[in-house]
Design a protein around this ligand. Sequence first.
Ligand code: F6P
Length: 355
Amino acid sequence: MRIGVLTGGGDCAGLNAAIRGVVRAAGHELDRSVIGYRRGWNGVLDGDSVKLDSEAMRGALPRGGTMLGTSRSSRRLETEGAAPLVAQLERDGVDALVTIGGDGTLIAAGRLSDAGFPVIAVPKTIDNDVHGTDVCIGFDTALGVATEAVDRLHTTAESHNRIMVLEVMGRQAGHIAAGAGIAGGAAAILVPEAPFNIDAIAERLIARHHRDRNASIVVVAEGAIPDGSVEAPDTGTDEWGNRILDGMGQFVGDLLAERTGFETRTTVLGYIQRGGPPTPADRLLGSRLGARAVEVLMEGTSGCMVGVHSTGIAVPPLAEVAGRTRYLSEDQLELLDLISTAPVLTPLHTSRRWF
Ligand code: F6P
């Protein structure tokens, strides 16, 4: 059996761990080989692929970006549909495809699956907005970068008694803004899900500084929008009809300076959130999802996504938790077996769930 793998859409940290997870899990059984398509779906359309084996995966875990390269949606894919993809995959002798990507990749993967080709999707995007999973590859790394930025802005803001506005990524959902804002102790957090009222925010910041605070951090997701209180500048739409996100942080910063009279500075964090080495959590998530994608295929399932569930807060009674140990779960032991060299024989202890 031959498995193809590609990364599509914007890059992020942890993609190489996911590719490695696919390769290691597939290599577990000698009759499964893996080829990687370069530049996302364009690589499939152009027949541009590379053989992937354990050797090719050396040093992959700490590397940011994607070793396969990636691309945004392709016009050809839009106009010609899944047929040229299926034809090329068949020419390459690929029996099933693992696609690692966000929304655009999922839509294309769905089309390929509808055309009858076995596909498993792995969710990635720093925006963390893929439906059907609690967390996407790349989010934890981006969140770490954004939280560190909030911490750093705090100390300089305090020295100057300033408002610091930090614009972070997040087109449709405010996971990075909410996460970094809460973790970093921001005074205000503006997300696309809840239109903001600039006057209410300005009033609160003034009251805060009149109390005893000498710094306020305002985290703004790039896709945040104002309510009717002010009109956002029209930044137009791109070739796909998506709103171009440009300058929401600066817009908010200018309005706050004007309304509060406080010195205000704006920082746009941008692509720093996507680059650099993945956190351990993203390496682990990539490894888990990549390996699980192969297992799911081996179980004969396709046309689905592998996702993470249950990161909510539970409230177990003390009697249930005191004196008990949470061991590695069966999933974790299976992953050890698939991804490391030492086979896991008969486990002594396991727990039911990951977390
Ligand atoms: O991948 C998601 C994302 O990082 C968004 O948060 C951001 O708006 C967009 O990608 C930027 O895309 P591009 O790489 O095409 O500039």
